[in-house]
Each structure stands twice: as C-alpha cells, then as structure tokens.
Write a protein that binds this ligand. Structure first.
Ligand SMILES: [Zn+2]
Ligand SMILES: [Zn+2]
Length: 343
C-alpha cells in the first residue's frame, strides 16, 4: 500500500503475476455540509458529511480488493486507487501531477459512482461523452459610487452588471449551434451596502457546462468581450477572470464495452443501460480519461418517489448500503475480465 499521493491519496497494489496493469478508482472525500439525517451513524464532524457517497465508493472498492486478494486472477496487476478532493478540487489531476501514472503504470482506468436517480441494482454508462466540462467566470464591474439622489454624479455598476447578466443569456441561444448543449448562467450577484447610495463595484460570478471543447473556447473568448463592451456602454469597466475547471468526461469504446459486460455479469443483462443519456454534471475522473483509456460507470442508488429524498449533496443524503455488495461484485467481475483478456 502506498500513501500520501496528492496529500491523502492511497494506492493499493495487487500483483497477480506478469501481465497488464489496470487502475480501479474510488473517490473518498466528503463535503462541507451539515448532516441532518439523524441516523445513528451520521457524521461526527460538524459541518462535514459524506453527502456524495464517496465513503460507499471506498467501501465497495475495498470489498473488491479483499475478495480479489483472497481469490487472485491468474496474471496481471491491479492498482486500487483511493482519490482525495474529487469535489471541485481536481484531486484526480493532483494525483496525476504527483506521479501516479509513472509510479503505477496502467493500461486503462475505471471509475464507479452511485446515482440516486437510477434504480438500485441498475448500472448505466455510455461510450463517448457522459458528463460535461465545467468552467467558471468572475466579473468585477467597476463604476463610481455616489449619493442615490444624484446618480448623474457617479457611474452605477449595478445597472451595468445587470445588463451584462442579460447579454450573457444570448450566448447559448445565438452563438452556439443548437445541437450542441450549453448550460450557462450567472449564479452570484453581489453589490451595494446602503439603500441611499450607489456602490463603486458589482461582482458577477457564474459557470457553464458543455461537451464540445470548441464551444468552451468560444465562450471563454466571448464573456470578457461582452462584459467589457456592455460595461463601457454604461460608462463602467469590467475585469473578467475565466477558469477552465473540469474537462468533459469521455468514455473510451473498448474499455466501456468491458465495463458493460462486467456490469451485466454483476447485475444481469436487463439491469445495464449501455447507452444512457449524457448529463450536464461534471466529474474529475475526466482528468484520468484524458490521460488514459477507461470508463466511468454509474450504479443505481434507488431513489423512487416512495423513498425519502436522497439526492447527492443534500444534507439528508444517506448512501444506499443495499448496493455495497453489488458494487464490489462489479469491481471484481471487471478485474477478472480485464486480467483474463489476452494482451
Ligand atoms: Zn461524488
Ligand atoms: Zn459530489
């Protein structure tokens, strides 16, 4: 076992014999959310909870690792990768930057995440883009503060910023091919302190999701242009900081076919959605899939209308323990198929 990769990352290595090497990855970080489930096993750390089920992912991969160590495949090497900081901090890229792929060479890598919107016992994935890229923007609009009774003496950054918000809405509808998905919006707008004074600055922040990197490049160029031009029309100025956070998650064909066959073995052929719809959410496993072939699989966590809500990132979220064994069975089936496939 190897610890301290990208801070708290851990890699367990199972040498079964000469042969190809593969990576199986579980994320393990929690979220800054106060748990309100009231369960006997709820988080004992105030303001921190496993609201995305990464503790469940870790348990499933550990279960598979124990089973495979006791019943090793005839050849090959398995790297059990326990990754920190999946939630918005690109822990996958941090592990790559810390030499993960040089220290533990692997031919392909696989990920698994629980999905409350999918029935328990079901699996879902797809070849190609499954999850979207994630970028953010931060615009500071600068005017000139003044008394609210004498607006002509200042430059109102609030009206200028409001016009920027409206102008940005046209990007998706007028500048991107209608067949290419783009979710773009302003999610923060902060300005002003006093009811009788115009402030000097207004702050706008937001994010976008897309699949096509050319769409992302276009938006990255256009947001600063639009912000500057609309601010200038209102005699204000705008300074834009644009960040590309996560790339799109794109599953590779051959590895996805193997993952689907393993899921069918674990759950039955009728319980695997092999061509599920892409979703506009994002996931930092995308960094691994940019560096290596691989597949990202969803396992249903069962959130029917009759059950209490357990959406990811909710303070009420409770990982569905009924899928623990199925998840471990998927990992074990996948490992066997990978290591038994002739190189
Ligand atoms: Zn997660
Ligand atoms: Zn999450």
């Amino acid at each position: 076992m190897h610890e301290g990769i990208a801070g708290t990352g851990v890699v367990g290595v199972l040498h079964c014999g000469d042969g190809l090497s593969y990576g199986l990855r579980a994320d393990m970080d929690a979220l800054p959310i106060q748990e309100t489930t009231g369960l006997s096993y709820q988080s004992v750390h105030d303001g921190v909870m496993h609201a995305c089920g990464h503790d469940g992912h870790t348990a499933m991969l550990l279960g598979a690792a124990r089973h495979l160590a006791q019943n090793p495949p005839p050849r090959g090497v398995l790297h059990f990768i326990f990754q920190p900081a999946e939630e918005g901090e690109a822990g996958a890229q941090a592990m790559i930057d810390d030499g993960l792929l040089e220290r533990f060479p692997m031919r392909a890598i696989f990920g698994l995440h629980n999905h409350p919107g999918l029935a328990a016992r079901q699996f879902a994935t797809r070849e190609g883009a499954l999850l979207a890229a994630f970028d953010s923007f931060h615009i500071e609009v600068r005017g000139k503060g003044c008394h609210a009774a004498f607006p002509e003496q200042g430059v109102d950054p609030i009206v200028a910023a409001a016009n920027i918000v409206l102008a940005l809405q046209n990007l998706a509808s007028r500048e991107v091919e209608a067949t290419k998905p783009l979710a773009l919006g302003v999610t923060k707008f902060h300005a002003g302190d006093a009811i009788n004074a115009y402030p000097s600055t207004a702050l706008i922040e937001g994010c976008l999701r897309y699949f096509d990197t050319a769409v992302g490049a276009h938006i990255a160029a256009r947001i600063p242009e639009i912000a500057a031009a609309v601010a200038a029309a209102g005699r204000a100025t705008a300074n834009c900081i644009y960040k590309s956070l996560y790339p799109p998650l794109v599953n590779h064909a051959a590895e996805t076919a193997i993952a689907i066959s393993a899921a069918k073995e674990a759950a039955g052929v009728d319980n695997v959605l092999a061509q599920t719809n892409p979703a506009m959410g994002s996931e930092d496993f995308a960094y691994f899939l940019r560096a290596l072939p691989g597949n990202y699989m969803l396992i249903g966590a069962g959130n029917g209308p009759a059950t209490p809500p357990c959406e990811l990132h909710s303070p009420h979220y409770d990982f569905n323990d009924d899928i623990l064994v199925l998840g471990a069975r998927y990992w074990a089936a996948l490992a066997r198929r990978l290591l038994e496939t002739p190189s």
